[in-house]
Design a protein around this ligand. Structure first.
Ligand SMILES: NC(=O)CC[C@H](N)C(=O)O
Length: 255
């Protein structure tokens, strides 16, 4: 089982380092044909308009769509979430191309501008039940998007409660109401739809590798489901493997 990391722009090195801490080798993907060499893919955070322009320039969109369509596991973080969404609002003038496949609408900069970036502990029951560890996960939200609505096949994995009077955008599911000013709105920040996983925050910038481990297990389960003859092997770096003791991080990360 080999993991590709789209390496056009953004935090692809940090994802590769997080995978390495789990003993998994991440392969940088810059060309369409390289997608044929990996069985799962991570689309990192960064700046989605720039990333889309680069993907367009390198004619990557058809191959990325094909990868998603064939049911291979893909995880989009932040800008990667925007890439995977079927619908996006708050885009720059002229819009931007999306890979799509994930039946949801995202708001590109839901939480505001770069200076409104923040960190918060979010409750992710599925992560705790599958990976153990603390009840909450430290989410790093950098000019983060959010999911405004989801289709029937999309599972919501995490919400971030925002005081309703701070919600900058309203839609059918995310609404601001004067009388609700002191109430909280549960904004969707992590979702899963069959082979697709998406988070509005940046797990690759924390020391906690549970999201990467969760994605690896999801990929492994899907691969085993797809081919009962082979369970797939993780390309290991050093002697560690998924779920074993973590090696010392080799890049600066938020603790
Ligand atoms: N940290 C991120 O990936 C930010 C994404 C950003 N909101 C965008 O439009 O691309």
């Amino acid at each position: 089982m080999t993991v590709g990391v789209l390496a056009l722009q953004g935090s692809f090195n940090e994802h590769i380092a997080a995978l390495r801490r789990l003993g998994v080798q991440g392969i940088e993907i810059r060309k369409a044909e390289q997608l044929l060499t990996v069985s799962s893919l991570i689309i990192p955070g960064g700046e989605s308009t720039t990333m889309a322009k680069l993907a367009e320039y390198h004619n990557l969109f058809p191959a990325l769509r094909e990868f998603v369509k064939t049911g291979k596991p893909v995880w989009g973080t932040c800008a990667g979430l925007i890439f995977l969404a079927d619908r996006a609002v708050g885009q720059k003038e002229g819009g931007q191309e999306l890979v799509g496949g994930l039946d949801c609408t995202v708001h590109r900069n839901f939480f505001g501008s770069q200076i409104q970036s923040f960190e918060a502990d979010i409750s992710v029951p599925i992560l705790t039940s599958k990976e153990g560890g603390p009840e909450t996960y430290r989410g790093v939200f950098i000019r983060a998007p959010a999911v405004l609505d989801v289709g029937p096949d999309v599972e919501v994995l995490a919400h971030y409660p925002v005081p309703s009077n701070k919600v900058l955008y309203s839609s059918s599911t995310v609404q601001i109401q004067e009388e609700d000013a002191l109430l909280e709105t549960n904004v969707i920040v992590a979702v899963k739809q069959r082979n697709l996983l998406a988070t509005a925050f940046h797990p690759e910038l924390t020391a906690d590798t549970r999201w990467h481990s969760y994605f690896m297990k999801m990929a492994k389960e899907m691969e085993q489901g797809a081919s009962s003859s082979s369970g797939g092997t993780i390309v290991s770096v050093g002697e560690t493997s998924v779920g074993t003791e973590q090696a010392k991080p080799d890049i600066p990360i938020y603790q």
